[in-house]
Design a protein around this ligand. Structure first.
Ligand code: COA
Length: 177
């Protein structure tokens, strides 16, 4: 997606073309414009009635991070995460409370999907947050994201929850040393 200003100057990405913005950071008019436009496009791509990512909501939330991929003069995609307190029901109906890092929004521009940009954003998020893929909960994953998680991380098995978050069974895997 193109903007009528220099997106690199506005976002200051690293050498990998990915900028990381945190909700406690200061915002600028240009950064807000990028977040609103990409948030809108993401909601449309997912067929959602309400936009999940807006600049106002992002900068007023606690402890949320936005990863933005830039290529040349274009913004390619966004990925948003934050910690959320969730109730998890296992197959016996036993409820437990967990606070995982959650994937809250994820979008790559239509013309650039299936070219590895999504994997680059996801890899960066895992590196920066220091969280393993099986420990991420996903808010309302789309069929494309279900396919993405199976392909790149071998994750596909989960118990449907009332809260629409997907927590893979692997979340509870105990790693023996
Ligand atoms: N249909 C089915 N699977 C798709 C897909 C599509 N149109 N686009 C991407 N995928 C999945 C597949 O597993 C694909 O592997 P394949 O091409 O071998 O089948 C894999 O993602 C490609 O990985 P990558 O190129 O790194 O992903 P991406 O850059 O396309 O980004 C998404 C993945 C999900 C962010 C992107 O497709 C997107 O923005 N989709 C629309 C919005 C959305 O559904 N967001 C998820 C919100 S929960």
């Amino acid at each position: 997606m193109e903007f009528p200003f220099d997106v690199c100057r506005a976002l200051r990405p690293g050498n990998d073309g990915i900028a990381i913005i945190r909700s406690k950071d200061c915002n600028t008019r240009e950064v807000c414009e990028i977040i609103d436009a990409m948030g809108n496009a993401s909601a449309k791509a997912q067929g959602l009635r309400a936009v999940i990512t807006t600049a106002v909501r992002f900068f007023s939330s606690a402890d949320t991070a936005l990863y933005i991929k830039i290529e040349g003069k274009r913004v390619v995609g966004i990925l948003k995460t934050g910690y959320r307190k969730l109730f998890y029901s296992d197959e016996m109906g036993r409820i437990s409370e967990i606070t995982p890092l959650c994937l809250l929004d994820f979008y790559v521009h239509e013309t650039l999907q299936r070219s590895g940009h999504g994997k680059e954003l996801y890899t960066k998020m895992l590196q920066v947050s220091g969280v393993q893929p099986n420990k991420i909960a996903i808010d309302r994953p789309s069929p494309k994201l279900i396919s993405f998680m199976r392909k790149h991380y071998g994750l596909c098995d989960y118990i449907p929850q009332n809260n629409n978050f997907v927590i893979f069974r692997e979340y509870f895997r105990v790693i023996s040393i």
